[in-house]
Design a protein around this ligand. Sequence first.
Ligand code: FES
Length: 178
Amino acid sequence: MSSASSTQVADVDQDFINKVLAKHTAQQPGSLLAILQEVQNNHPRKYLPQEALGYIAARTGIPMSRIYSVATFYALFNLKPQGRNTVCVCRGTACHTRGSRDLMEKLMMNLGLRSGEDAEEQLSVTTADGKMTVRTVACFGQCALAPVIEVNHSIFGHMNERMMMRELEAIDKQEGRS
Ligand code: FES
């Protein structure tokens, strides 16, 4: 590893990344995942800027191609800035048959986001004001609770429109206070 830098360049908090790297042996299995997760969680917009990936590559000697393939393979990593809140709707078969598509449409409509063909695919779309990101996931592994959505990292099973709207109202209230 090269010597630690203590500058902040563009969108990258190098001091924080240096601290994270000091905790992990980057070449150990699983370390790269943990490093990327911590760096993403520390970013106010919960994503991994290209500069951060490049910095991690330079500091650890891990090829950028490997870092990039890990960051793009796992759904938990974001390469674009995320909203201050996230709602993730499961589009797996169990959830789909129990109404997740309707939940998705209601959610998109409520937030003024475009629904349509994209709703069938893996989706990540953020409102223009940065308040909310809506994502889809292939399966939360909680199929017995279908339909399942995740709101700001909390899983909600047996979801219906009324419950979902209540969660959105809670976010609105929270945002109004901050
Ligand atoms: S299909 Fe939705 S949790 Fe598995």
